[in-house]
Design a protein around this ligand. Structure first.
Ligand code: ATP
Length: 231
């Protein structure tokens, strides 16, 4: 089975800081892969490299068989890295329409993604009136517009209240159930246990371990040492 994401010996240096230090990572088709680690571990930096936003210092990176930033790779990948930027005085629907026009996406697809993220009822309300959870879900909707094979989400539940977290986790599980490949980052062990098939643990830029979620239960101590406890 060809990996959709294949990273080998990845490093990223910022001046004297080695943000990513020799990361190897493979994400297989159809899996929900969790990239787990505390703040500053190197998760966002790695995901930014995978989506072509920044270049690595060294290492090889293949996404959907190509290089990040290649047109075909961008077409097949939907991502939400950090908080998505939307126009506050436009509705959720109009924000998606603007993006859809740019990406050549149909009106029907906009309706589909709004339904998927459970925002159909609030689609015509201004973005500024949305809760943080709804804003994040609109971000996922934007990532899904092109019907991508691979979805990359950077800490999608960060800052959400319990209800917002529950809705976002349910949505991510749905993406996995419909066969989409998802790579997400999180600093919450309980969260990746709930929604992921496989987990890579990163600490201080290095991959400390990789586990199937079932195996993770036996490795609580290792994980808790590397990451703060779930809240
Ligand atoms: P968080 O959950 O806080 O986003 P993270 O695991 O995503 O954490 P990164 O944001 O990738 O971690 O940061 C890894 C390290 O690289 C940190 O020490 C951070 O300070 C540093 N770093 C990240 N971006 C830059 C930058 N643009 N310039 C300098 N240092 C950076």
């Amino acid at each position: 089975m060809d990996a959709l994401v294949e990273v080998s010996g990845l490093t990223k240096r910022y001046g004297g800081t080695l943000a990513v230090d020799g990361v190897d990572l493979k994400v297989l088709p159809g899996e929900v892969y969790g990239f787990l680690g505390p703040n500053g571990a190197g998760k966002t930096t790695t995901l930014r490299i995978l989506t072509g936003l920044i270049a690595p210092t060294s290492g090889t990176v293949r996404v959907l068989g190509g290089r990040p930033g290649d047109a075909a790779v961008l077409k097949g990948t939907g991502s939400m890295i950090e908080s998505p930027a939307f126009y506050p005085y436009l509705s959720g629907l109009d924000n998606l329409r603007l993006l859809a026009e740019y990406a050549g996406v149909s009106r029907q697809r906009i309706d589909e993604v709004l339904e998927l993220v459970d925002l159909t009822d609030r689609a015509k309300d201004r973005f500024s009136t949305y809760s943080l959870g709804m804003k994040q879900r609109l971000g996922v909707a934007a990532a899904l517009l092109k019907d991508p094979e691979l979805v990359i989400l950077d800490e999608p539940t960060n800052g959400l209240d319990p209800a917002g977290m529950r809705d976002m986790r349910r949505l991510i599980r749905e993406l996995g159930t419909e066969g989409r490949t998802v790579l997400l980052s999180s600093h919450l062990l309980g969260e990746v246990q709930q929604i992921c098939d496989r987990v890579g643990i990163i600490n201080a830029g290095r991959m400390v371990a990789e586990h199937n979620v079932d195996e993770l239960r036996g490795e609580q101590e290792l994980v808790v040492r590397a990451t703060p406890k779930d809240t």
